[in-house]
Design a protein around this ligand. Structure first.
Ligand code: GSH
Length: 209
């Protein structure tokens, strides 16, 4: 098994943290997004969507999409549990994990990609030729503000995003927040609960990847 990875990118980091939390040693193959290696025929033969991460199994099967990599690995390695122990917890973790991807990662990606010159004709991950739209920089900023507001409200009620224990929802939210910090949309002033939670999850050894 191997993980097609890109060290500087937030979505592959979701997979790396999940793998580290499970204590699995899966080798990484670095694919440079900035150099466009993910859009070259060699990588498109592995993942035609050109996105990272992708997990390749021994028989050649490729699993794209971080949440699907989570699901596959948790099915094989149930402990420590990161996706939920019963129907309601699984639904809650799934909802917050999707929220973090769509509204955190999505907003910050929109803000970043639509102003980052080296990706000028690559407005969407993996797809070459989709032009950036400068107006989406401001929209991404506004969406990110809403994301942080939602996180703050939620984390005022619970210790971790999906409740009283760490889960895949925290992994995706952490990767989104750290991506935001790197591109100028860090935790806003006044989001004390998000800062508390960020310190808590960042202290986990598995998140140091
Ligand atoms: N929904 C996908 C998102 C994957 C994604 O957006 N990955 C980015 C890296 S963070 C990517 O592949 N970028 C390629 C590019 O920008 O061309 C997942 O869950 O894995």
């Amino acid at each position: 098994m191997k993980l097609y990875d890109c060290q500087m990118a937030p979505n592959p980091r979701r997979a790396r943290i999940f793998i580290a939390e499970k204590g699995l040693g899966i080798p990484n193959v670095e694919v440079s997004i900035i150099d466009g290696a993910n859009l070259k025929p060699e990588y498109l033969a592995i993942n035609p969507w050109g996105t990272l991460p992708a997990l390749q199994l021994e028989d050649g099967t490729v699993i794209a999409e971080a949440p699907c990599i989570f699901r596959y690995l948790e099915t094989l390695h149930p402990e420590p549990n990161l996706l939920g122990r019963d129907a309601i917890e699984t639904a809650r973790i799934g909802a917050w994990e999707r929220f973090a991807e769509m509204n955190g990662m999505g907003a910050i990606g929109e803000f970043f990609r639509n102003q980052f010159e080296p990706l000028a004709d690559r407005a969407l991950p993996g797809y070459a030729g989709v032009k950036t739209l400068p107006a989406l920089v401001e929209r991404g900023r506004q969406r990110a503000a809403w994301f942080y507001q939602q996180l703050e409200g939620r984390l005022a009620e619970v210790e971790y995003l999906a409740g009283d224990r760490y889960s895949a929802a925290d992994i995706t939210a952490l990767c989104a927040v750290d991506f935001g910090k790197a591109v100028g949309l860090g935790i806003p002033e006044g989001c004390a609960q998000v800062a508390r939670w960020h310190g808590l999850v960042s202290a986990r050894p598995a998140t140091q990847v």
